[in-house]
Design a protein around this ligand. Structure first.
Ligand code: ADP
Ligand code: MG
Length: 383
């Protein structure tokens, strides 16, 4: 461990009153936008733990023995690791409360992280969760074969089905929030920092009068072929929380009644990453650029109808954006340099068919997590 991280861990353990009575922090497991996450031994779990054990465990963490040696160790089963998420104090109390409350409601799935407990000391809040061993996405996304990708996606969609059944949108589906153990073929969904409950007021810009009102008032103040002058329309506001490259089209078009389908889109982007072997696949810094990126793939016609669904319009003069766009199969062929001697396999074609159903611009036609799990791509896995 580098001295900086060692020092950070010591600072953390000291700054949080009585933390060391419950946990022994042994390493840092991750860092996100809103937190640092540490790996620790749960002292309350292991009633046999003593100082000698702790020293040994800490040493083992830094120079792991072989799996066989570990399994033979008499005390192995008594040690339980936890992940301690130190939420940055700059996060609003409301946001922290929301994350903890949703986590509490989400216990009961082996593919979704659960909350063991949470503590506050002064302005610092920590959440304690079971620790999940996982591999960095960048280390394996190019290497997985199709059956392994199927296992990954099945794990992810099982998590989503569970979360969505509770009426919760995760809003930030991306590889760093899905901790995957390639060896076990199991993943766990974490990070409910941006999650929210699905609104049930049923008013969606896609169906309601807002759409026609917006269109009407646009004609009143419009300039032909350009941005409307003296635009009287109220500016559109919608939750756009999430990560660039993973936002669904309805988020980019500021739909104000976003549904759980936004998570399905993001899961589709992960699948596209696997198939194209490009990460990040979409990478535009702002929403307008993101729409342009999307249009480059899907074409003007489909983007126009998608925009219209959400009371928006899509116009562009960029010559490289064609009317019909490209099929996802074509995109994957380009990204992976296919030719006549090296065509897409039948397994890849099956994956692409599933991809089309998850990266569907119209959220109403996009698969739900439950439907995805019934799709042949996730039911027929040849190990
Ligand atoms: P943020 O809200 O800051 O993005 P996350 O909850 O996504 O925080 O955690 C950041 C990182 O910490 C994750 O990408 C992962 O590497 C690691 N991490 C989070 N939870 C766990 C856990 N339960 N077990 C192991 N590692 C974890
Ligand atoms: Mg995260």
């Amino acid at each position: 461990m580098c001295p900086e991280v060692q020092e950070e861990i010591e600072q953390f353990a000291k700054s949080f009153r009585k933390l060391d009575l419950h946990y022994k922090v042994v390493g840092k497991t991750g860092e996100g936008t809103f937190s640092s996450v540490y790996k620790a031994i749960d002292l309350r779990y292991d009633k046999y733990v003593n100082d000698w054990d702790l020293e040994e465990r800490t040493a083992e963490y830094h120079s792991p023995r072989s799996k066989r040696q570990r399994l033979n160790h008499p005390k192995e089963k008594r040690v339980k690791y936890v992940a301690i998420k130190k939420i940055y104090v700059t996060s609003s109390p409301q946001r922290i409360h929301n994350e903890l409350e949703l986590l509490k409601d989400l216990s009961g799935s082996k593919n979704v992280v659960s909350l063991i407990t949470a503590f506050r000391h002064l302005d610092q809040v920590i959440a304690v969760m079971p620790y999940f061993r996982h591999v960095d996405f960048r280390d394996y996304f190019r290497k997985l074969d199709i059956p392994e990708i199927q296992l990954y996606m099945r794990s992810l969609f099982t998590a989503l089905k569970f979360v969505h059944a509770k009426g919760i949108l995760h809003r930030d589906i991306k590889p760093t929030n899905f901790l995957y153990d390639c060896g076990k073929g199991r993943g766990v969904l974490v990070d409910f920092g941006l999650a929210e409950r699905e609104s049930d007021d049923g008013t969606c810009c896609c169906t309601s009068q807002t759409n026609s009102i917006r269109r009407e008032s646009k004609t009143q103040g419009s300039a032909i072929g350009g941005y409307p002058k003296n635009d009287q329309r109220p500016s559109k506001r919608a939750n756009r929380a999430g990560t660039r490259g993973f936002r669904a089209p309805e988020v980019l078009f500021k739909c104000n009644a976003q549904t759980t389908k936004i998570d399905i889109w993001s899961a589709g982007v992960i699948l596209l990453t696997f198939l194209s072997k490009r990460f990040p696949f979409f990478n535009s810094p702002d929403d307008i650029d993101a729409v342009v990126e999307m249009a480059t793939v899907f074409g003007r016609a489909r983007m126009r109808s998608c925009a219209l669904l959400h009371g928006a319009t899509f116009e562009t003069a960029i010559p490289t954006i064609t009317e019909k766009g490209h099929s996802l199969a074509r995109i994957v062929e380009w990204a992976t340099a296919r030719n006549k001697d090296n065509p897409l396999t039948s397994q890849e074609k099956a994956a692409l068919q599933f991809l089309e159903a998850t990266l569907e611009l119209d959220h109403r036609k996009r698969l739900s997590a439950e439907q995805a799990l019934q799709h042949s791509f996730l039911t027929n896995i040849d190990p």
